[in-house]
Design a binder for this molecule. Sequence first.
Ligand code: ADQ
Length: 498
Amino acid sequence: MGKDGETGSTDGRLIVVSNRLPLVLSQASGGAWHLERGSGGLVTAIEPVLKDTQGVWIGWPGLTPEQIRDADEFLDQKSDELGYRVRGVGLSPKQQDDFYLGFANQIIWPLFHDFPTQCNFDPTFWHAYQEVNHRFAEVVADEARDGDFIWVHDYHLMSVAEELHEKGVKSRLGFFLHIPFPSRDLFLKLPWRREVLEALLHYDLIGFQSDRDRTNFVHCLQALRPDVKVEGRGRVLKLEVQGRTLGAGVFPISIDVDEFAGPARSPQVSERVARLWTEFPGRKVILGVDRLDYSKGIPHKLEGYRLALSRYPELQEKVSLVQLVVPSREDIPEYHRMKREIERLVGQISGEFTRPGWVPIHYQYGRWDRPELIAHYRAASVALVTPLKDGMNLVAKEFCSASLEGNGVLILSEHAGATAQLQEDAILVNPYDVEGVAEAIHRACTMPDRERKDRMQRMRRKIQNEDIYWWVDCFRNAANGVEEAEALPLDVYLPSRA
Ligand code: ADQ
């Protein structure tokens, strides 16, 4: 369903399957269950379709199978209030370790983000992955009817369609990969490369964030399944697999623009923005917001900033970097090491450049609430979004949407999926090129006002036109074989254009 309530084009119900349910379940000491609804653009955009089709959302609410049995009745009651059904899948502590922290986050995540040396190819992780995908499929099969459309999300659940086919489920099946798909040479390092690729071919539609990812997927098919015929061009390619036809599409995910632009105008946020400007008098705020993850390239960014301050001394006392690092995957030792490395660099930069009355870097490890995040987006003159690799990167789009003054400059990694859409107007950098990042910081901080405004206006328009509602419609239409009314040229990023 479009944002303004236009009718979507599917017949049966929508069944969404994701590793996490978009809600947090907790139990008080007396045993009573409590539910907190999740937020975010994806939930906001999918909920109306779930309500409209009396759909179901299936996922792991952070509970064990025993706790799920206990919470089942409560979830059923809540389903009435939510307007769609929620079904929880329970995972034992061992499954949480081996499937989630193991296969998903120590194999697929690093490999698909180009960090093969971070991978721990422990075979027990693969067995847990299969077991958990099997368990998810059991719950989905229990819910599914023939006319339903089952939409599975992300790398945790690549084998669900295959499991469903083994159970004889006939509903149509879509899959969206939120993270990048790796190049052929990297994918071939996966000990279970054939199994994973074959599993994906069980979906009727496979969605990728960008043309880069889909091209990599097609190259992997050519290496491992040369019998698969690939036809067509544009948003959705046709794959012929032993008499079956499926689609491989490009659907760049986005945000609900009003969730950022609206609050950015509110008195609460406006007041906070004014205060931020007085806290940084006469200075430009350069903003970084990243989850703690090696794929986000935080140390590289800090090195680029350090070089900018020494190579362009006129920036000193005129800019401050505000870097928020959001805690994530704290159970994995590598993330602790990375945090120490970031804090060491922050300490060094502060020690090197701080002057009375000026601190070059304001580092925070924690979470901001929505108004605080939006106030920072709006107050910042420059956003430094420099992941080493990213499926999309929503921070880039959120910054543009909240940039009400319209004069923010986006410095964006060419390895983020968002680059395909924003390449004309962001300042693109290769995050591994520290000198290039330093130069981009200088360019952003000295860009004439007119140019900043023109670039930001075009990016805001693009994000508005291709928002999260557009994304949901695009995917569902493709799943229904509906051709785009207006075949828009696909945004493709090629470094030769930069
Ligand atoms: P992530 O790796 O989590 O997502 P990203 O797209 O940047 O990366 O999204 C981060 C989200 O966290 C943003 O929506 C942001 O607002 C939110 N966030 C950041 N700081 C916060 C804070 N302090 N408090 C609350 N929320 C905060 C994965 C892929 C990405 C892909 C998304 C969506 O890795 O490439 O863009 O999924 O498909």
